[in-house]
Design a protein around this ligand. Structure first.
Ligand SMILES: Cc1cc2nc3c(=O)[nH]c(=O)nc-3n(C[C@H](O)[C@H](O)[C@H](O)COP(=O)(O)O)c2cc1C
Length: 342
C-alpha cells in the first residue's frame, strides 16, 4: 500500500514538473480577446520577462530560461499565455498541448514537427521539447499564430512579442476616419530609403497623400555614423532637448484625419526630428498610426514615447519593418488594422 502511494505521488509530481499545470486541467479559464497594448520582452538565458513594463519570472520558481534550438527560441509557455489571457490544456497520455486564445486554437505534441492551428496542419521547424523536466515550446510559431508580432534582436538576443490589435475605445474613431478616402496622409522621415520604401507602399495601397520630412540641414553619411559617439545623430539622440529643424511644411493638415507616421529606429527610439514634427502641428482628434524600420530592433517604446508630443491625438500601436520590407508585408499590416476595426 505504502509503495503504491509513493508511486502515485511520483506520477503526480512528474505530471506537474513537465507541464507546470495539472493534468487535463485549464491553467487559465478566462479565454478572451487579445489584450490591447500588450508588449512582452524576454532574453535568451534570462529567466525574467517583462510584460507591459512589469518584470515576471518566465517559469515561476524554476529559473527556466528561453533557449535556442535549431535557430528557434523555445520557452516554457504557461506564464506567457496567461499574460495574454489565453488558456492551456495538457493531455498527459498523448503529450498534447492545446493553447486557446480568442478564436484561435493551437495544438502541439511533444517531439512532433506537426502542429494544428484551428485544425489546419502546419509544419514546425523545431518541435516542442521537454528539457530538464520543463516543457519548452516554439514561441514565434505560437505567438504569430495567435495574432501577435514577434521581433528578434540578434545582438541583444531579445524577443519582443507585441499585439497588433487596437484598443476598443479607438475603434469607433478609426472606423469613421478610415472609411473616408482622401483623408489619410503618410508622413515619414528617411535618410537611406528604407522607411521611404515602406511609406510609399502604404501610400500606394491606401491611395493616400504622402509627405517626406526634410531636415533644414540634411543628414550626411558622417552624421548618420552611429559607431562614432560624436556623430550628429548620436549627439541628437542623447539630447532630450534636441529639435532638428524641418525645412518643409504640410500646409493643409486640417483636412487629414489619419496620419501614418514613419521613421527609422535610432538607438531604439524615433529620431529627434520626429519630436520637432509632432510639436509643429495640432493633432487633436486625429489618429496617428506609427511605423518604423530598423536593422533588428523592435519598435519597443519608440512609438509610445512620441505620444507626449501631441495633445488629444488617438495613437494606435505601431509596426516595425525590416530592411527587406515588402509590399505584401505592408499590405498584410494594413489589412490587419482594417480587420481589427471592423
Ligand atoms: C543613428 C542611428 C542609430 C540606429 N540605431 C538602430 C537601433 O538601435 N536598432 C536598429 O535595429 N537599427 C538602428 N539603426 C539602423 C536604422 O534603424 C535602419 O537602417 C533604418 O531602416 C534606416 O531607415 P532609413 O533608410 O529610412 O533612413 C540606426 C541607424 C542610425 C543612423
Amino acid at each position: 500500500m505504502k509503495k503504491l502511494m509513493s508511486i502515485l505521488i511520483m506520477i503526480l509530481v512528474f505530471a506537474f514538473m513537465i507541464t507546470g499545470c495539472e493534468n487535463n486541467s485549464e491553467v487559465h479559464a478566462a479565454a478572451s480577446d487579445i489584450s490591447n497594448n500588450f508588449i512582452l520582452t524576454m532574453q535568451i538565458n534570462n529567466s525574467v520577462m517583462t510584460v507591459n513594463g512589469v518584470q515576471k519570472e518566465i517559469d515561476e520558481g524554476k529559473g527556466t530560461t528561453p533557449v535556442i534550438v535549431n535557430s528557434r527560441t523555445l520557452v516554457p509557455i504557461r506564464a506567457i499565455i496567461e499574460a495574454m489571457e489565453g488558456k492551456i490544456l495538457w493531455e498527459q497520455n498523448t503529450q498534447k498541448i492545446t493553447i486557446e486564445l480568442s478564436d484561435k486554437i493551437i495544438e502541439l505534441i511533444i517531439g512532433s514537427n506537426i502542429a494544428y492551428v484551428n485544425d489546419e496542419q502546419k509544419e514546425l521547424d523545431t518541435a516542442p521539447e521537454i528539457i530538464n523536466g520543463r516543457t519548452l515550446l516554439p514561441i514565434r510559431f505560437i505567438s504569430e499564430n495567435l495574432g501577435y508580432n514577434v521581433d528578434w534582436n540578434a545582438n541583444e538576443q531579445i524577443i519582443t512579442i507585441e499585439n497588433t490589435s487596437i484598443a476598443l475605445s479607438e475603434e469607433a474613431a478609426l472606423n469613421n476616419q478610415l472609411e473616408e478616402t482622401g483623408k489619410t496622409i503618410v508622413v515619414y522621415f528617411s535618410n537611406t530609403g528604407t522607411t521611404e520604401k515602406a511609406a510609399n507602399y502604404i501610400s500606394e495601397e491606401l491611395n493616400a497623400d504622402i509627405f517626406k520630412i526634410k531636415a533644414v540641414e540634411p543628414y550626411t553619411s558622417e552624421d548618420l555614423n552611429y559607431s562614432n559617439s560624436s556623430s550628429r545623430a548620436n549627439i541628437e539622440q542623447n539630447d532630450t532637448n534636441a529639435r532638428p529643424e524641418i525645412e518643409n511644411k504640410i500646409e493643409n493638415i486640417e483636412q487629414f484625419d489619419v496620419v501614418y507616421l514613419g521613421y527609422p529606429i535610432w538607438w531604439g527610439q524615433a529620431p529627434k526630428i520626429m519630436s520637432t514634427f509632432l510639436e509643429s502641428y495640432d493633432f487633436s482628434g486625429k489618429t496617428i498610426i506609427p511605423f518604423c524600420t530598423s536593422h533588428s530592433s523592435g519598435i519597443g517604446s519608440s512609438d509610445t514615447n512620441l505620444h507626449s508630443f501631441t495633445d488629444n491625438a488617438q495613437w494606435i500601436s505601431g509596426k516595425r519593418f525590416g530592411g527587406e520590407v515588402s509590399k505584401n508585408e505592408v499590405k498584410e499590416w494594413l489589412e490587419a488594422i482594417k480587420k481589427n476595426i471592423n
